[in-house]
Design a protein around this ligand. Structure first.
Ligand code: PEP
Ligand code: MG
Length: 634
């Protein structure tokens, strides 16, 4: 972990103007800030127990071997193409890795000072760099960069832990030298309730932080549909994302208010301001508690029409939360989170145990397991991905799974085995062609055969797909012939249909799921699913916006899946409208031409009756947007 090194003394201590961002996760938190600067804090530093010493030493030895073999590989590949003197630098790196003085410095840090391997390498490298800095010879002084390079290779190898796992999962084609390795998750360790302020937090960062008493997040980038916000909502931690200038304005140690209701961040607030924010947070909390009292009541519109509300789950612990929040099942289990905060991919047996536990815990409710959606911004330390200009348009989700059949098969077999213990469904992410769906089908069939051959039991496992690529929405009729069900991922559908990066806060206001293009795509999916007699649900963030949820119901959707914490609010919104009203609104918005017109129309129709849920503000001016929801309290 690392915090801002700038001294708090440069501040006057006076309250400053609030910073504005996007309300990423509701609630209000007041605590001390920990500012994480980009590029810092990536090295997990940990004091280890005496018993862990042999393991950390072994990790270091493994990392050296891994780094050496990677450099040797590069050497072999470029040997024929480069003159001998250029190859010398690679040989020098090999020699540095084998240098006994580096090894003994690392060993001493681990054995005598009980530092973990990453920390020990960092300190040993710093020590050697200092020695180089003192040399008179300018050429030799410059060699410090080579030492740093070697240190970096070791850190990366440590992040991936063991050469065995890297070897098994290597995705690099022969001859391809550039690979995209994930940055190791931030190693944040805090003792007090803390608000983390960062430029960006990867899903792995956020997942790693749940073990710490983090009570709020502020990030400079991100939107309501970026994964930091999704994760924060799942964990019910207030967050404001897309806050330009947060790092420059906040210092570690400042008291900060994260107002995830209004999308505001107050730095060094006055006592009055803090009291008002606290009161706002308390009101939000009481209202939420009140709504949750009615959670056991069925989820119906005012006229009795049933709408099934399910939970989206990222981490195993959230499944129980889903039940507590009245979810009728898990509509989206994002299994990729099993891969991202760890050094080894989960084995088939480990996944089987987990899926079985979840199936049993949720039984008789259904659980939809989405196969890993890795790639894009969700990277796993053990999986190397090629360097791509646009990872969101690259080797992600089902594309990656089909390129890595061993990894994929292990997951599918685990799901098949777990199907003996509850009602499970499997769902493929980011499908863009029927050919991909068919390939997924044939691998699933193979998984069934292998599970049976191994003597394991299994049940039914319908195969469905996410509709989150416009191609799939347009061709929904073709997919509906072969998929058991659809689930529309509006976060990505908006990103790909409107060509707006879902993490771009500059364009967040344009990335509206109320855009006529998105509504038409969804309408097409509803039509195709009805004709084929299969279900179509919505599992993107659009489902947890009360106004959008009602519109979706009017369009024919009868199943919504969202962060568990939002279920109570959506259930309440449903109780206040009839199907007739929702359908009339849906018919009207289909005649409109812009997202703003649709938003205004929806707000005029429904916002007055949902004002307590939406904040009691006049939502007709300016129109509300799902991507940056209006304040929910005053
Ligand atoms: C989506 O794209 O809407 C979705 C639910 O999947 P994810 O947010 O995990 O990409
Ligand atoms: Mg998606």
């Amino acid at each position: 972990m690392s915090s801002s090194s700038r001294p708090p003394s440069s501040h006057s201590g006076l309250a400053v103007e609030p910073l504005h961002g996007i309300a990423g996760s509701p609630g209000v938190a007041i605590a001390t800030a920990l500012v994480l600067e980009p590029g810092q804090g990536r090295i997990p530093r940990r004091t280890i127990l005496k018993e862990e010493v042999p393991l950390e030493l072994e990790r270091y030895v493994d990392a050296v071997e891994d780094a050496k073999s990677q450099i040797a590989e590069v050497h072999t590949r470029v040997a024929a193409k480069l003159p001998a003197e250029h190859l010398k630098i690679l040989e020098a790196y090999q020699a540095m890795l084998a240098d006994p003085s580096l090894a003994s410095a690392v060993q001493e840090e681990i054995e005598a000072r009980f530092r973990n391997a990453e920390w020990a390498v960092e300190l040993a490298v710093q020590m050697i760099v200092r020695e180089f800095d003192q040399l008179d010879d300018a050429y030799l002084r410059e060699r410090r960069h080579d030492v740093e390079f070697v240190g970096d290779r070791l850190q990366r190898a440590l992040a991936a832990n063991a050469p065995r796992s890297i070897g098994a999962l290597r995705l690099t084609e022969p001859g391809q030298t550039r690979v995209r390795r994930p940055t190791p998750p931030l190693g944040v360790h805090v003792a007090q309730p803390t608000i983390v302020v960062a430029h960006d937090l990867s899903p792995a960062d956020t997942a790693a932080m749940i073990r710490e008493p983090i009570v709020g997040f502020v990030t400079e980038v991100g939107t309501r549909t970026s994964h930091t916000a999704i994760m924060a909502r799942a964990l019910e931690i207030p967050a404001v994302v897309g806050v330009t200038g947060a790092l420059a304005a906040v210092r570690t140690g400042d008291t900060v208010i994260v107002d995830g209701l209004r999308g505001e961040v107050h730095i060094r607030p006055s006592t009055d301001m803090a009291a008002r924010a606290r009161a706002r947070g308390d009101r939000h909390f009481s209202r939420t508690q009140l709504l949750r009292k009615r959670l056991r009541e069925p989820s119906t519109l005012a006229d009795g029409t049933r709408v099934s509300l399910k939970a989206n789950v990222e981490l195993p612990t959230e499944a129980l939360l889903g039940v507590e929040h009245g979810a009728e099942g898990i509509g989206l289990y994002r299994t990729e989170f099993l891969y991202i905060d760890r050094k080894e991919p989960p084995s088939e047996d480990e996944q089987f145990e987990l899926y079985r536990t979840i199936a049993q815990m949720m039984s008789p409710r259904a659980v939809t397991l989405r196969t890993f959606d890795l790639g894009g911004d969700k990277r796993a330390p053990t999986i190397e991905l090629p360097e791509e200009a646009n990872p969101a348009l690259g080797l992600r989700a089902i594309r990656l799974a089909l390129r890595e059949p061993n990894l994929f098969m292990a997951q599918l077999r685990a799901m098949v085995r777990a199907s003996a213990y509850g009602e499970l469904r499997v769902m493929l992410p980011m499908v863009s062609s029927v050919a991909e769906l068919r390939e997924g089908r044939s691998l699933l069939d193979r998984a069934f055969a292998e599970v049976a051959a191994a003597g394991h039991e299994h049940g039914q496992l319908p195969l469905g797909m996410m509709i989150e690529v416009p191609a799939a929405a347009v061709c929904a009729d073709l997919f509906a012939r072969e998929a058991a069900f659809f689930s529309v991922g509006t976060n990505d559908l908006v990103q790909y249909a409107l060509a707006i990066d879902r993490s771009s806060q500059q364009l967040a206001s344009l990335a509206s799921p109320f855009d006529p293009a998105i509504l038409r795509l969804i309408a097409n999916v509803v039509r195709a699913s009805r004709e084929a007699g299969i279900s179509a649900s919505i599992c993107g963030a659009m489902a947890s916006d009360p106004l959008a949820a009602l519109l979706l119901v009017g369009m024919g959707i009868r199943e919504l899946s969202m962060e568990a914490a939002a279920i109570a609010e959506i259930k309440e919104a449903m109780r206040r409208m009839t199907l007739e009203e929702c359908e009339a609104l849906a018919a009207e918005v289909m005649t409109l031409s812009t997202a703003a017109e649709v938003e205004l129309c929806v707000a005029e129709a429904f916002a007055p009756r949902l004002s307590d849920l939406l904040g009691g503000e006049d939502l007709t001016a300016p129109p509300p947007r799902v991507s940056s929801r209006p304040p929910t309290d005053s």
